[in-house]
Design a protein around this ligand. Structure first.
Ligand code: PLP
Length: 362
């Protein structure tokens, strides 16, 4: 390759956006953050007088507040511009050429995408019929660990996007014991953690003897309803946080964002109430879908995976778009042929989606 030749990179990640009335394709919160939050934020921004200075490089106040929320110290918290940036920094620190990164598909496409960008050896294994990590995979990894080898990085996504299921805690514990034996990082992406039934943060606070400590990655983009602000974080062992600090650019987290995150945490009660409303909307979606000719998967997230029975998934997606309803099309994904994913929206959005779908399915 000549100096300056364009590097060959994987195609960029994107989720198509169309101008429609009902947008249920990217799993954001259907509600904006509370007015009290945006007002406090505006007032606080007016008080940011020292913008000539770099922000706190360590984002210590924000990390301390997040640590208090999760029952860990600030040395176990790392923040970045969206959880995607946390994932990227993790692979800058722990991935690279000749380092194996393991993902179980179908799962969040960014995990594999960032692994390719950082030139890791990406290993893709299929999920089982329930779309969970197969028992045979757990056994294979345990045997590998016994022989002293283990992927440098293993990604779990729980609840998993785009399928919706949480990984059972015993499976995660088995992987952590294997990783503890052979060395290896286990990342649990909990972008939808607030909608799920358990959190691997418990295993960061109290790792089992001999087991590895997971890296749990969370975001303000979904349950916290501030996707526009781009803020995410990891809860991990202190040495992982040190590695993340070393792999991040200096002053990567601006003063505004540090402030916005700290203020958001003071509205945790409203966040929990919003999660309850979204879970209720999800139940409406699940009940409505059960009445239609579709296959539906159980979900612990703020979205539902479904497959129109005997119908072309793309045609159904198109029919919804024609009725101004946008959902996520997954029809081309291995083992999700013909599937669509719908985000739990407001009650009105859910009603319009179900009506449109009933019409399309005729
Ligand atoms: C939406 C989502 C994220 C969020 O990424 P941000 O960069 O924090 O907005 C992370 N992981 C998964 C699995 C997601 O679905």
């Amino acid at each position: 390759m000549s100096a300056g030749a364009t590097p060959r990179l994987p195609a960029g990640y994107h989720s198509p956006q169309l101008d429609v009335a009902v947008r249920l394709n990217t799993n954001e919160s259907p509600e904006p953050p509370p007015a009290a939050y945006t007002e406090e934020l505006a007032a606080a921004v007016a008080g940011l007088h020292d913008l000539n200075r770099y922000p706190d490089r360590e984002a210590l106040a924000l990390r301390r507040a997040l640590g208090e929320r999760h029952g860990v110290g600030p040395e176990q918290v790392w923040c970045a511009n969206g959880s995607n940036e946390v994932l990227q920094s993790l692979l800058v620190a722990y991935g690279g050429p000749a380092r194996e990164v393991l993902v179980f598909e179908p799962t969040y496409a960014l995990h594999g995408h960032i692994a390719r960008l950082t030139r890791c050896d990406l290993v893709v294994r299929p999920r089982d019929g329930d779309l969970l990590v197969p028992a045979a995979e757990l056994e294979r990894l345990e045997a590998a660990a016994e022989a002293g080898s283990f992927p440098a990085v293993t990604f779990l996504c729980s609840p998993n996007n785009p399928t919706g299921r949480s990984e059972p805690r015993p499976a995660v514990e088995r992987l952590l014991r294997a990783a503890g034996r052979a060395g290896g990082l286990l990342i649990v992406d909990e972008a939808y953690g607030q909608f799920g039934s358990w959190s691997a943060v418990e295993l960061v606070r109290a790792p089992a003897p001999g087991a590895a400590t997971p890296v749990v990655v969370r975001t303000f983009s979904k349950a916290w309803a501030i996707a526009g602000l781009r803020l995410g974080y990891a809860i991990a062992a202190p040495e992982v946080v040190e590695a993340l600090a070393a792999a991040s650019l200096p002053y990567h987290l601006d003063a505004f964002k540090q402030l916005a995150g700290r203020l958001a945490l003071q509205h945790a009660g409203e966040m929990a109430a919003r999660v309850e409303r979204i879970v209720a909307a999800r139940a409406v979606l699940v009940a409505g879908l059960a009445e239609l000719a579709v296959e539906v998967w159980p979900t612990d997230a703020n979205f539902v995976l479904f497959r129109p029975t005997g119908r072309d998934g793309h045609a159904v997606w198109q029919g919804l778009v024609e009725r101004s309803v946008l959902v996520r099309e997954l029809t081309g994904w291995p083992s999700l042929e013909g599937c669509l994913r719908v985000t739990a929206g407001t009650p009105e959005e859910c009603r319009r989606f179900l009506e449109a779908l009933a019409e399309v399915l005729g």
